[in-house]
Design a protein around this ligand. Structure first.
Ligand code: 3SL
Length: 241
């Protein structure tokens, strides 16, 4: 039986074995949500990078450049990190370089994993079906906030782990995440609205919560392959067209 393990913060990755396992990177607010939107809206691929400087270097190759720090779009970039910015008219057929405070960091820290996928509420069912079909050990990596644990990523880890019914769960973090999800599932937006990140958004005038909690809006399975995040073709995901 495959297993599912949860890592609540990138600071804890070093204490877990990622080799031979699939990693799912989770940054519900908002990096992994925006990545799902971009691919669902027809972007060709996203290249996650660590710094804004590195990101801008891709402009010469015709990439769109997206950069966010502390919740804000950086000046001089084509977009920040709002799912609303990754609309078809802007992203279709385009390569995008992206850097964010926590999401791209968590991904780049998880590179020992056998394969790396992107998860958010907007692709929950698609990703869960794919992982069930693959039947491999999975590690859920929550991006958190600057190495601190956060509520929304832990909730998503619980939601995904709950879907993986045939997986072995010898991991207290996963049990905790599942209990959290069970308690919050019926009033998810009210619960997430209390989170520190939602509060931060309010101060910044960011109104992306409804887009980030729009369950299964983007039926994509994004995978990080050779430095780029691409959407797996539907026939490889087991998701019916
Ligand atoms: O930290 C990140 O990667 C971002 O998702 C943070 S924010 O939602 O853009 O504020």
């Amino acid at each position: 039986m495959p297993s599912v393990e949860t890592i609540f913060s990138p600071a804890l990755i070093q204490h877990h074995l990622l080799d031979d396992r699939y990693a799912v990177i989770i940054d519900v607010l908002r990096a992994t949500t925006s990545i799902c939107y971009a691919l669902n809206e027809g972007a060709k691929a996203l290249t996650p990078v660590a710094t804004p400087e590195h990101c801008l270097q891709y402009r010469r190759q015709g990439y769109l450049c997206a950069a966010e720090r502390n919740g804000l779009k950086l000046e001089g970039f084509d977009m920040g990190n709002s799912p609303d910015e990754f609309r078809r008219e802007k992203v279709e057929g385009r390569e995008i370089a992206i850097t964010t405070t926590n999401g791209t960091y968590a991904l780049l820290e998880s590179q020992q994993a056998e394969r790396i996928f992107i998860g958010a509420f907007v692709n929950l069912d698609a990703l869960a079906s794919f992982l069930i079909r693959e039947n491999k050990d999975v590690v859920l990596v929550c991006a958190g906030w600057k190495n601190k644990v956060n509520l929304e990523d832990s909730l998503f880890a619980g939601a995904l782990a709950t879907c993986l019914t045939n997986f072995d769960c010898d991991c207290d973090s996963t049990l905790m995440a599942k209990e959290l999800w069970l308690a919050a599932e019926s009033n998810l937006s009210e619960v997430i609205d209390q989170s520190s990140h939602a509060q931060r958004f309010k101060k910044l005038g960011v109104d992306d919560l409804p887009l980030c909690l729009d369950m299964n809006r983007c039926p994509v399975v994004p995978e990080y392959i050779e430095n780029r995040i691409v959407s797996l073709p539907l026939q490889n995901t087991g998701i019916a067209e």
